[in-house]
Design a protein around this ligand. Structure first.
Ligand code: FES
Length: 574
């Protein structure tokens, strides 16, 4: 007989007890038809599922979970699938971001409170990835991420059309009188024709890439389309691997190191990823206890070349990215800039995973020597208008506007913007700088993706397609333009943005990382002293959120959620 002690498993505290409580935990689980031997101490794997018909991008997750289960059973584990709050970007109002932290609490407490030894996170639509990563990080069990995969390329009148990006482009054409509304709406069924997430390098694809770059998913997680059977295979392999991870006791904190985040920041620059990655990576780092700052994105990423020719910055879509070699091919290209020794969930290092990754299409995945766009990572600008920083994505901006000085045209809220932007009498031209207030974490609340304000028709009709725009909002990862975002502190928190007035001259100088409001310090102080805080919500989640949300430069997590509480077994009440 072996003298080896069986390894400690959390699930044993539920299913391994020889008492009344053990009876309760086992007996009720068995009502689903599970035989007794599944409760014999084998790893119990939670499959954290964000399936919802109201989150169309995750609509295929019930099937995907079945493939994860296959893998778990094959490897000798016991899979138990559970739902968590699902955040659908296109349906949920006022903005899915308002609920990212709420969903993360659901994830954290669902994992900690249940008989789970390891977790597979099923993630897809934009906020479902960070919310699951944040919640799981606060527990720190063995964990693997599995993304749902992007949709197949949109096809409209024989051309590829990208999620989001095509909508922004065509709606501007409608406003400029170059397309009819009927033509526009006829694209609806053509743009999104399979299951999966947006197939541009928007926030969902960016975050799926971040999960892979962090080492938290198996290689190729980011780009395999949802409809491709290789996605199911990846799900099955993920199921097998999480069981091994539990046996090897590889926790999330061993993967999510400072080095892993540095790899993610550089990879985000190389893929021309969304500005939303800044907020989400800061929040995830905060949960796992890695000291990551807004400046790190500029310091580590802004000089990295964008080597991926994907919309919204480029031409191609995620399906093309997959066929070209996917994220491993990108990471191989930038490997000298990465921490190759960083551990990943498959037990290998980043170097081992990507050093021989092939590239099959140099039109899609370029080289560092001949990039798609040089030095195109996210830049952080500062000045008296953004004392704690603001971000801009130069790869999505117009080069000639990266240094620009012009008079402000101020919108006090997104409603004010919508009410006036089409007014032919609005005093605005292409040299103006559009300023949008009260769309930050507290102001909206939830920090909506409205920073890429549509241009006024009178400017569009001149054939002009970009202007400088400044706000405390976020921008959809599928959007583009010279948009300064995440201005911190936000207007609703009394940041200087709150007191910008029509006609004030603003200077944006991205090469010098400067965002300056050309008024005297005394005038700025006088205006700030006269500023009045907006009324706060009186009850419920909105109240808790507005009272405790941190500013964008810290990741917009709730202040009391930063950090983790581990996975110690809670006491039993039976
Ligand atoms: Fe869900 Fe884009 S709307 S991924």
């Amino acid at each position: 007989m072996s003298s080896e002690k069986p390894p400690f498993r959390r699930s044993h505290a539920w299913f391994g007890r020889e008492d009344r409580d053990g009876f309760v935990h086992r007996s009720w689980i068995k009502n689903q038809g599970y035989p007794h031997d599944l409760l014999d101490g084998r790893p119990v794997i939670g499959i954290c599922n964000t399936w919802s018909e109201l989150t169309p991008c995750n609509g295929h997750f019930r099937e995907l979970a079945e493939f994860v289960k296959r893998g778990v059973y094959e490897a000798g584990g016991f899979p138990l699938e559970f739902p968590v709050m699902s955040l659908g970007e296109t349906q949920l109002r006022p903005t899915a971001m308002l609920f990212r932290n709420l969903a993360s609490m659901d994830v954290e407490e669902s994992i900690r409170g249940n008989p789970i030894d390891g977790v597979v996170l099923l993630m897809g639509c934009d906020k479902t990835t960070p919310s699951l990563m944040m919640g799981a990080a606060s527990c720190d069990l063995p964990t693997i991420g599995l993304s749902g995969g992007p949709m197949l390329n949109g096809k409209f009148r024989g051309q590829d059309v990208g999620s989001g990006t095509g909508v922004w482009q065509m709606s501007e054409m409608v406003r400029a009188g170059q397309m009819t509304m009927q033509e526009f709406t006829s694209c609806e069924s053509d743009m999104h024709r399979s299951s999966g997430t947006c197939m541009t390098m928007g926030t969902a694809s960016t975050m799926a890439s971040m999960v892979e770059a962090l080492g938290m998913a198996l290689p190729e997680n980011a780009a395999i389309p949802a409809a491709d059977t290789r996605r199911k295979r990846l799900a099955q392999l993920t199921g097998r691997r999480i069981v091994e991870m539990v046996k090897q006791d590889i926790k999330m904190s061993q993967i999510l190191t400072r080095q892993a985040f540095e790899n993610a920041i550089r990879t985000n620059a190389a893929i021309g990823g969304s500005t939303n990655a800044v907020i989400h990576l800061l929040a995830i780092a905060g949960r796992i206890g890695v000291d990551l700052k807004l400046e790190d994105f500029d310091k580590l990423g802004s000089e990295v070349n964008n080597i991926l020719n994907l919309q919204p910055s480029g031409k191609y879509l995620m399906e093309d990215f997959c066929y070209a070699g996917g994220l491993p091919a990108v990471m191989r290209e930038i490997l000298p800039m990465l921490h190759g020794d960083a551990l990943t969930v498959n037990g290998k290092t980043i170097r081992q995973n990507v050093e021989n990754a092939p590239c099959y299409n140099r039109e899609v995945i370029k080289t560092v020597q001949e990039p798609f766009m040089p030095a195109a990572g996210i830049a952080v600008v500062r000045g008296n208008l953004a004392p704690n920083g603001a971000v801009i994505k130069p790869s999505a901006a117009s080069k000639h506007l990266l240094q620009h000085r012009g008079p402000a045209v101020v919108f006090e809220s997104i409603e004010d913007f919508h009410a006036r932007i089409d007014d032919p009498d609005l005093d605005i031209d292409e040299n103006s700088i559009m300023v949008l207030k009260n769309c930050g974490p507290r102001g909206y609340p939830g920090m909506a993706e409205v920073g890429n304000m549509p241009l006024p028709p009178k400017v569009l009709k001149k054939g002009i397609t970009d202007m400088v725009r400044i706000s405390d909002a976020r921008m959809s990862g599928t959007a583009y333009g010279t948009t300064v975002l995440h201005t911190s502190p936000e207007a609703a928190a009394g940041g200087p943005l709150a007191v910008v007035q029509n006609g004030d001259i603003i200077e944006l100088n991205v090469p010098e990382r400067k965002l300056h409001l050309e008024i005297s310090d005394e005038e700025l102080a006088r205006r700030l002293a006269a500023w009045q805080a907006p009324e706060k919500p009186k009850r419920g989640w909105y109240k808790l959120y507005v009272e405790t949300v941190q500013q964008a430069h810290l990741g917009a997590d709730l202040d009391f959620l930063v950090g983790g509480s581990g996975a110690a077994v809670p006491r039993d009440s039976h």
